[in-house]
Design a protein around this ligand. Structure first.
Ligand SMILES: Cc1ncc(C[n+]2csc(CCOP(=O)(O)OP(=O)(O)O)c2C)c(N)n1
Ligand SMILES: [Mg+2]
Length: 327
């Protein structure tokens, strides 16, 4: 599908809103208002470019913790995000049981992942098999980091999807680090996409800071999956310009020069340049978006701060039920 100017602007808006929400999460953490944050800063173009190639709300998504911008593109609201950070009632991931950023959104067919990295890929392969057995034309989109491609679960999931030609798109967001471990210590190939040839599926690498490039590559992969052509492995090269999480200090393993270099290739910056060059974005529009994003983030924080915690009587639900119905 050719993207209209309006949709391209909306893509930028989605990235920007996710960025401003993410930045506020760091502030809330430093204010002692939340316990933990794991950031998607620098990953937004990869996630939004991919989301817009999906039939959102119909296709299935098994995301990972950096996917705030993907979730916003799927309709996750700012208030839902801040509620989830604060563990307040009404947060959609797990009813305030899981760690923050373990996304789930029933209305968007986004399925929660487990804490062990790459297990969401196995879920995606399973959903892909169900789609094939049912014979509908949905696809599954799953994401992970490059470090997680060292996991056995990842190989099992990709292999299964390739053997059975399942409609799954695996997107590796390669930010060069798995916490403090550089990718050269995780894999002997320069790109996670190189792993595809040994598993029998198409693999390609894309500039994950360029939202339109990601959209194009992802659209092709979605088309292939939807028409029975099987899975694709996409590596989106991104820059993690924050520490791994709010509990990490990256100064112990990473030079400041490297971080500054990452900022020069930041997703918001690069995608803005691309869209300005296309004539669909300008400084005035961006300023309007900034004002609107700030208002929305402020309102979300106020709403979440005013919201109650879940009632204690719900603590065990849905792990335990009080009454077992028989017959
Ligand atoms: C099986 C497993 N091992 C270790 C961890 C701890 N852990 C959480 S995130 C992470 C780093 C993953 O790196 P990568 O896949 O590159 O994703 P990124 O965080 O860089 O986006 C690790 C090691 C875990 N959650 N699961
Ligand atoms: Mg990584």
């Amino acid at each position: 599908m050719a993207l209209t100017a309006e949709i391209k602007r909306e893509m930028y808006w989605t990235m920007l809103l996710a960025r401003r929400l993410d930045e506020r999460a760091w502030v809330l953490h430093r204010q002692g208002k939340i316990a933990f944050h794991i950031s998607g800063i620098g990953h937004e173009a990869a996630q939004v470019g991919a989301a817009y190639a999906l039939r959102r709300g119909e296709d299935w998504v098994t995301p990972y913790y950096r996917d705030l911008a993907l979730m916003v593109a799927l309709g996750y609201t700012p208030t839902e995000f801040i509620l989830s950070l604060m563990g307040k009632a009404g947060e959609p991931n797990s009813g305030a049981r899981q760690m923050p950023s373990h996304w789930s959104l029933r209305r968007a067919n986004a399925v929660s992942h487990s804490a062990p990295v790459a297990t969401q890929c196995v879920h995606a392969a399973g959903i892909g098999l169900a789609i094939k057995l049912r014979g509908d034309d949905r696809v599954v989109f799953t994401t992970l980091g490059e470090g997680s491609t060292s996991q056995g679960e990842w190989y099992e999931a990709v292999n299964w999807a390739a053997v059975h030609q399942l409609p799954v798109i695996f997107m590796v967001q390669n930010n060069q680090y798995a916490i403090s471990v550089p990718s050269a210590k995780q894999m002997a190939v320069p790109s996670a996409a190189d792993k595809a040839c040994g598993l029998g599926l198409r693999g390609l690498s894309v500039d994950g800071s360029n939202v339109l490039e990601v959209y194009n590559v992802m659209s092709e992969a979605v088309e292939r999956a939807r028409s029975g052509g099987g899975p694709t492995l996409i590596e989106a090269r991104v820059n993690r310009i924050t520490p791994h999480s709010s509990d990490d200090d990256d100064r112990s393993y990473r030079s400041r020069e490297e971080v500054e270099e990452g900022k020069r290739n930041d997703a918001i910056l690069i995608s803005r340049q691309v869209l300005e060059k296309e004539g669909v974005l300008n400084a005035k529009l961006v300023e309007e978006m900034e004002t609107k994003a700030k208002e929305m983030v402020d309102a979300a924080v106020a709403a979440a701060e005013a919201a109650p915690y879940p009632d204690v009587s719900e603590a065990a639900y849905p792990v335990y039920v009080e009454e077992v119905r028989r017959g």
